[in-house]
Design a protein around this ligand. Sequence first.
Ligand SMILES: N[C@@H](CCC[C@H](N)C(=O)O)C(=O)O
Length: 259
Amino acid sequence: MNQEFYKYQGTGNDFIMIDNREGLFPKDNIALIAHLCHRRLGIGADGLILIENETDHDFRMVYYNADGSCDTMCGNGGRCAVAFAKALGIIENKTTFTAVGHVYEASIDPENVVSLHMMDVSQLENRKDSVFLNTGSPHHVQLVDDLEEMDVNQEGAKLRYGLYGQTGSNINFVHQEDPSTFKVRTYERGVEAETLSCGTGVCAVALAMHHKGHTQAQDITINTKGGQLGVRFQYQDDTYSQVYLSGPTVQVFKGQIPC
Ligand SMILES: N[C@@H](CCC[C@H](N)C(=O)O)C(=O)O
């Protein structure tokens, strides 16, 4: 039997997507997942996503980083999962689904732009020159002067291990372009390299920049290497709520894994 897969990308964060509603994918085989995501030995991706059946909601998203680790939300992956669920005929233009035990709600327009309602955030930890927060996955957010020139792989790895130890954090380096626009480069834990975009990362940047007073805007544009994302939110009683991550999704190709 061959395993059918699809490749999706959301602002350059790319994912292998598998319809696992029949439960046949060997989801405990971490070595296989890492192999499939390997850019030379496998299909190549920042992560692998399974779409599974879920009680009371349209589907369950199971997300693995490229190294096979699996315990966090992926914002761009969630947006791509919504586009994949639409392509599979599971949903039309609105959905609720689950991921890592949370319920997410999203909408998709005819051009496959997906707007995903992310979780509320009330804990933002100020650190020296940075903010640490969890938007579904853990993020370090730091403004830098030389975003274009910096070696994100080297500086990101230093902070990911040096400041946050083995558990680690994703690391976002930020440059402010105008009062409501930021440019972001992210070192992703689990990929252990810079990716072209990170959805939970850009949400973390928008909230952290508002928290630090660098912007008063609650509708923020984020430019990543892979494209543009929007993050809008409300802020009341020390809590960020109604956090929406919006941007394009693309089905790149489909194929079969011989097994
Ligand atoms: N690319 C993702 C973030 C994935 C989670 C992260 N690598 C982690 O392990 O925390 C996104 O778009 O949010």
